[in-house]
Design a protein around this ligand. Structure first.
Ligand code: ZN
Length: 411
């Protein structure tokens, strides 16, 4: 898209935003003349969106609203996002910029939660736009416990599984407890689409090794849609046709240099119902200026939020770094990390009996990362109780009529 076309699109979005109570005072009355004027508009924080949800950020007449989602709201009021019909399709098109290449040959099982949150619906529509067949399995519930998903995947010859990275590990654990082998027992499975938490290089490798299929990650949030997708080569690229991206340094003003971590700020270019201007995502992202086999000149790494980091001495380690370290361990599925008496401490759950972390390996990793390291291997089940995977609170259909014997037991 040409720069002038992007500026026109941005000005159209800004014009729409001026009609909302939230943006009215933040956006200049006149259209922007140059792109850099965007920086004069203040950043939008999640807190502000919370305050102005559910109605203060809507830019279209009520009759154009087509679908509604909210963020989880675990840390306060949820943020609302409204979609027009075209917004929903755009969201699906964003998912389809990825290397997943859904086709009519695909049987796609969606294991994201369908209730209230957005991602399940986006992937669902994306697959159907390409005439794939969708199994809306949803997150774990009384009707969709883990073993049933494994059965569905086998019975229905599922070709693409869509889920959180952690779910892909839990499903593998379930399959193994059912005497199956994730990389062999699902011959039709060709790829896993992950979303919902930043996928580090280490976690990607782990999922590839467990399942033996291509991993395609899509990054986004309900508020903005899908903003970054993996190409078929497993590298993440920014969706410039749908968003304006900024990567800001600690001062939240200056753009960082290529290869430096910066805070991702996103402006939506297409979203009609609830567009977002200069959204401070809190996620730290790095642009790697290195040509990708798909033809793009750079790719990005999503390193997650600053809150999810540990400081050891002078080093700040994020999940990307921690999972890089874990990728050298013989057991990689379940681990926790924190400051220890010596430096960085890991507790890692044993995967195969006898898994050992030698002092030579620890020494090598200490050299590589420049921090003192302690690693304890704990027995299987210490960090995650596998019985959980098989417990189901059965809620059947309502029943009103009972035998005389059963009636006596009721009281
Ligand atoms: Zn690429």
């Amino acid at each position: 898209m040409l720069l002038t076309e992007r500026l026109d699109r941005l000005n159209q979005i800004l014009k729409g935003c001026r009609s909302t109570t939230f943006y009215r005072d933040r956006i200049p009355d006149e259209p922007l003349e140059v792109f850099s004027d965007l920086k004069k508009i203040p950043l939008t924080t999640k807190e502000e969106l919370r305050h102005n949800s559910p109605h203060g950020i809507i830019c279209v007449p009520k009759h154009e609203l087509y679908q509604y989602h909210e963020t989880f709201g675990t840390t306060g009021n949820p943020v609302s996002t409204w979609l027009t019909k075209e917004d929903l399709l755009d969201n699906a098109r964003e998912v389809n910029t990825s290397g997943i290449n859904f086709s009519k040959e695909d049987i796609v099982l969606v294991r994201f939660p369908y209730a209230i949150s957005a991602i399940a619906h986006m992937v669902h529509v994306a697959a159907q736009l390409k005439d794939a067949c969708v199994i809306p399995a949803s997150a774990r519930s009384t009707i969709s416990p883990f073993p049933r998903i494994i059965n569905l995947m086998q019975k229905l010859e599922v070709t693409v599984l869509c889920c959180l990275p952690l779910q892909a590990i839990l499903l593998a654990e379930t399959a193994e407890l059912m005497d199956l082998e994730p990389s062999k027992s699902f011959p039709n499975l060709r790829a896993i689409v992950t979303a919902g938490e930043p996928l580090s290089r280490g976690k990607r490798k782990l999922l590839e090794d467990i399942w033996g299929v291509q991993i395609i990650d899509v990054y986004g949030m309900a508020e903005i849609g899908t903003a970054i997708t993996d190409c078929e080569f497993g590298r993440a690229h920014l969706l410039d046709d749908y968003f304006i991206f900024e990567l800001l340094g600690e001062d939240l003003q200056t753009e960082v240099k290529p290869n430096e971590l910066g805070y991702l700020v996103v402006t939506t270019l297409n979203k009609k119902a609830t567009p977002i201007i200069r959204y401070f995502t809190q996620d730290r992202v790095r642009i790697v200026a290195e040509e990708c086999p798909c033809g793009k000149k750079s790719h990005v790494e999503v390193h997650g939020r600053k809150q999810d980091t540990i400081r050891i001495g002078r080093r700040l380690l994020d999940l990307w770094d921690l999972e890089d370290i874990v990728s050298h361990f013989p057991s990689r599925r379940f681990w926790v990390a924190g400051p220890g008496s010596k430096g960085l401490q890991f507790i890692v759950e044993e995967e195969t009996t006898g898994d050992k972390i030698t002092s030579a390996l620890i020494h090598k990793l200490e050299e590589m990362y420049g921090i003192p390291l302690e690693v304890q291997i704990a027995p299987k089940g210490t960090l995650y109780d596998r019985k959980e995977l098989f417990t189901v609170n059965k809620v059947g259909k309502p029943r009103y009529i009972y035998s005389e014997e059963e009636m006596k037991q009721k009281l």
